[in-house]
Design a protein around this ligand. Structure first.
Ligand code: EPU
Length: 418
């Protein structure tokens, strides 16, 4: 098992490039299954979750050509299997979005409860209820769900009880090939959802309302192929910005879209962290003293839950008392137990809220990465701590950050993989 060895306490310097958004790229592979024509996907991050997604697609009968680094060509002329490989799906929450193309094209799909990061209960009721509204029948045998439709999915009205990113993406995809009109309310507005809809429309889908809470879809018979260029990863951008601020380093982040992180920049301003930005780049200019600011995670355009862990590390380096309120997932603050052992002054109030009193001198330590974003938080904490830290279970980090150690070495981080 690979692990990272990090010697902290040094400043970062220079420029770092952002890769394509993992959470957009994973769904692009599902979109590619909706069409019988080839779909080229560009700016794909070369991460473990993408490899797992490709394995599932091949198992369903799609042909995948890895054209070059970051570029894939998917041909799904014929789908030969309607079972999403349970062993892989249990590792990958995003596998749930494959239910949409399989239902739309084959009229049936079998899958297990999807896995992924252990950050909370992560139910799938909105998918089940949504597909039922579109006319599907659901059954569950042993560990597998089966969803089927007698003829074609039929347009319907559906209100999401909770805002769900993958739920919105799945129902939009399924409704694109359904008969008639579908109206979805309380949809997710994340840039990854908006980008997916723009691509679907370029393939001939008729969808309006992308980036808003109400989306209307007029079903079409077939979709064409095309080229889908993945948007920059806003979570990676935010993680690097937070890393720079936590280590009081001046860092330029390029190939990103600063407009997708307005909420973080407003908080940075309140903390006294200066930034310069332009089209496709942002430069972080942290002061010596950073002021603490409380945050509450929210759906887009609010503070992203995926940045909660890295941001909490920043709060350990800021002056004053701040509250972190994680509203999306009930298990996403558990990682802070190790942060406390690194010397952070963290008080757990309940499963959704912690208080952080800073600044604290973090101590190096051996930790275990429980999930992707907590793994990034430990990297940042280890870069702040003097001495050698070890991060185990870095498969979790490799799931979403491409060759992270090589990219961090280039900006002066003392990190190696062993
Ligand atoms: N929810 C339900 N029922 C459902 C689905 C979701 O109650 O059927 C609840 C969840 O329990 C949670 C909330 O709705 O409280 C939001 O969950 P959502 O469905 O939006 O999460 P997701 O679509 O599974 C995506 C990202 C996550 C990111 C969240 C929130 C992908 C593959 N994953 O998850 O990314 O945290 O949206 O923005 O797109 C990550 O990349 O580290 C990650 C966990």
């Amino acid at each position: 098992m690979d692990r990272f060895i990090i010697n902290g306490g040094t400043k970062l310097v220079g420029t770092i490039e952002v890769k394509g958004a993992k959470n957009a790229a994973l769904k692009a592979f599902a979109v590619a299954l909706l069409s019988k024509e080839p779909v080229r996907i560009r700016n794909v991050p070369e991460v473990e979750d993408i490899k797992r997604m490709c394995e599932i697609l091949k198992n369903l009968g799609a042909e995948i050509e890895h054209v070059k680094d970051g570029e894939y060509l998917v041909k799904a002329v014929k789908l030969t299997n309607y079972i999403i490989n349970p062993d892989i799906a249990k590792k990958l929450r995003a596998s749930i979005v494959l239910t949409a193309p399989l239902l739309a094209r084959l009229g049936k799909v079998k899958f297990p409860h999807p896995g992924g990061c252990i950050i909370g209960e992560r139910p799938i009721d909105v998918f089940i209820d949504g597909y039922k509204k579109l006319g599907a029948i659901i059954s569950q045998k042993e560990d597998l769900y089966e969803i089927s439709v007698s003829n074609k999915l039929k347009g319907a009205k559906f209100i999401f009880p909770n805002i769900s990113v993958t739920g919105t993406e799945s129902l939009v995809m399924a409704a694109s090939l359904a008969e008639g009109e579908t109206i979805l309310k309380n949809c997710a507005c994340e840039p990854e959802v908006e980008s997916l809809i723009e691509f679907l429309n370029s393939c001939g889908a008729k969808i309006s309302g992308a980036g808003t809470h109400i989306i209307k879809i007029k079903g079409v018979k077939t979709l064409k192929g095309g080229t889908y260029t993945i948007i920059p990863d806003r979570i990676e951008t935010g993680s690097f910005a937070i890393m720079a601020a936590s280590t009081t380093s001046i860092l330029k982040i390029t190939k990103c879209n600063p407009g997708h992180l307005e909420c973080l920049w407003v908080i940075f301003e309140k903390m006294g962290i200066k930034l310069e930005y332009g089209k496709g780049w942002v430069k972080i200019l942290p002061p010596k003293k950073i002021v603490s600011v409380s945050i509450k995670t929210r759906e887009y355009p609010g503070f992203p839950t995926d940045l909660q862990a890295p941001f909490s590390v920043l709060l350990t380096q800021a002056e004053g008392l701040a509250m972190v309120h994680e509203t999306i997932y009930e298990g996403r603050l558990n990682w802070t137990d190790e942060l406390k052992r690194m010397g952070a002054n963290v008080l757990n109030l309940d499963p959704h809220r912690i208080q952080i009193n800073g600044p604290a001198k973090l101590r190096s330590r051996e930790v275990e990465s429980p999930d992707l974003r907590a793994g990034m938080a430990y990297i940042i904490a280890a870069l702040c701590a003097k001495g050698e830290s070890i991060i185990n279970n870095i498969y979790q980090i490799d799931r979403g950050y491409e060759k992270i150690e090589e990219r961090l070495q280039k900006i002066g981080a003392d990190i190696k993989r062993i």
